[in-house]
Write a protein that binds this ligand. Structure first.
Ligand code: SF4
Length: 271
């Protein structure tokens, strides 16, 4: 019987993230989900890239690997195809996963690679000083948009859904119990499981946009979240600037890449 303590290197604590950052919540939810699923630590690989969230590899008592910036999903694809028995978790910030790594994101979803991808969307590049990313909202102040951003942002959940991912969920970092549940469901789905976590970068995004301290910032993020059931009865105008949350896609009709590839291989070698 595995417990939470089997998945964490306690000697590495305290973590390095700023007080009030959502990254610690995501780490905590992931390790609890692993304990809930009773996955042996030696069968888990956690893949990160660059940025604040990428430092997460320091803490789990599992195999971990840090890829180049934006290449988390490329590395994870190789790991999963080399050893399909491993459970592969891809932890990315929005800069890593949706901006520099955007191309890998859409193709990993399209190819239906059997990994669990979690993007911690804090609306900017935190580690490098608060520059805007592909998920920074229109009009937001960042280090590289001092007078307000003049670009529209990606709706990551909709993007991944359009690419054909069989599991997509979104929640805020304060919604810890659902986050834990979504991680479990995404992992148990045979195929690409995607979760977007709306999170607080208090040090840069929050400060630049005068969102107050961490609790105030999280309250503001929560106020932008609309559960999917409620969103159905809202107009496009009412949903402007909001994030629809909950389980957004849960399909069982798609075959993941590894399974398709293995079937083809068996067919061809049997001839
Ligand atoms: Fe978190 Fe932002 Fe601090 Fe990075 S800079 S640890 S994202 S609050």
């Amino acid at each position: 019987m595995y417990t939470y303590n089997d998945y964490i290197k306690e000697e590495k604590l305290p973590h390095i993230w700023c007080a009030g950052c959502g990254n610690g919540i995501v780490l905590n939810a992931l390790l609890h989900a692993l304990a809930d699923m009773q996955i042996p630590p030696e069968e888990v690989v956690i893949v990160t890239g660059s940025g604040c969230l990428a430092r997460l590899v320091t803490y789990p008592n599992t195999s971990t690997i840090k890829m180049l910036h934006g290449r988390v999903l490329a590395g994870a694809t190789g790991i999963k195809l080399a050893n399909p028995n491993l459970k592969v978790f891809c932890l990315m910030g929005d800069g890593d996963g949706a901006t520099i790594g955007g191309n890998h994101l859409i193709h990993c979803a399209r190819r239906n690679i059997d990994v669990t991808a979690i993007i911690c969307n804090n609306f900017n590049y935190g580690m490098t000083g608060g520059q805007y990313s592909a998920t920074t909202p229109y009009g937001a102040i960042t280090t590289t948009s001092r007078y307000g951003l003049v670009e529209e942002n990606f709706n990551m959940a909709e993007l991944v859904k359009a690419c054909g991912a069989p599991y997509v969920a979104r929640c805020s970092a304060t919604d810890v119990l659902n986050l834990r549940k979504y991680i479990i469901e995404a992992t148990q789905k045979k195929g690409f499981g995607f979760i977007e976590v709306l999170s607080a970068c208090v040090t840069h995004y929050g400060k630049n946009n005068k969102m107050g301290d961490a609790p105030n910032m999280m309250r503001q993020i929560d106020s932008m979240c609309v559960p999917a059931a409620r969103a159905k009865n809202m107009t496009e105008e009412e949903l402007a600037g909001k994030y629809i949350t909950g389980k957004l896609v849960d399909r069982n009709d798609l075959i993941d890449f590894g399974t398709s590839y293995q079937r083809l291989r068996e067919e061809v070698t049997a001839k």
